[in-house]
Design a protein around this ligand. Structure first.
Ligand SMILES: [Zn+2]
Length: 164
């Protein structure tokens, strides 16, 4: 359940990118999680449990987060020949790493979480630990999504008014 808060960034991005389908915006904001799921299926990364934090430096470390963001932005720029869209997608992908670094270690959900690794194999971790407190974490996860949804609906309404 944690990690749903990221979709709010995708929803809210509709405001700056009204022409891009919201599904793509949400996918970009959860792209890091897609990479994680592939690596998890390949037995490379692990899901966090009550006791132990996750092992996911390939998808969730700071350095690799930057790498995936640049890669996604470059691919989109190359495919659509649009620098604005490329930058936006890159920023959306990186928003995942940023949000996770603010909320990690998410000990409210996973007691053994030690925070975000900086790089592969490094024991150095970062995180402001906003999700240490269960109440803050719950309000945060759902509050973010609700806020994103409201911004999205307002923007969609504006678009409809413009086109009709
Ligand atoms: Zn994540």
């Amino acid at each position: 359940m944690p990690a749903i808060a990221h979709i709010d960034v995708g929803l809210a991005a509709k405001r700056v990118a009204p022409k891009i389908n919201v599904g793509w915006l949400i996918l970009a904001s959860e792209f890091i999680e897609v990479i994680f799921m592939i690596l998890w299926a390949a037995w490379i990364e692990t899901i966090p449990t009550q006791k132990a934090g996750s092992y996911s430096p390939w998808s969730h470390s700071v350095v690799l987060g930057l790498f995936w963001s640049l890669l996604a932005g470059a691919v989109i720029f190359w495919r659509y020949k649009n620098p604005r869209t490329g930058i936006l997608i890159g920023l959306l992908v990186f928003s995942h790493t940023l949000l996770d670094s603010v909320t990690s270690p998410k000990t409210a959900f996973y007691a053994g979480d030690t925070g975000m690794p900086v790089f592969l194999g490094s024991s150095m971790t970062i995180g402001l630990g906003l999700w240490r407190d269960e109440t803050v974490a719950m309000i945060g996860e759902y509050g973010f999504v609700l806020a994103g949804l409201i911004i999205y609906l307002i923007e969609r309404k504006k678009l409809k008014v413009q086109t009709s």
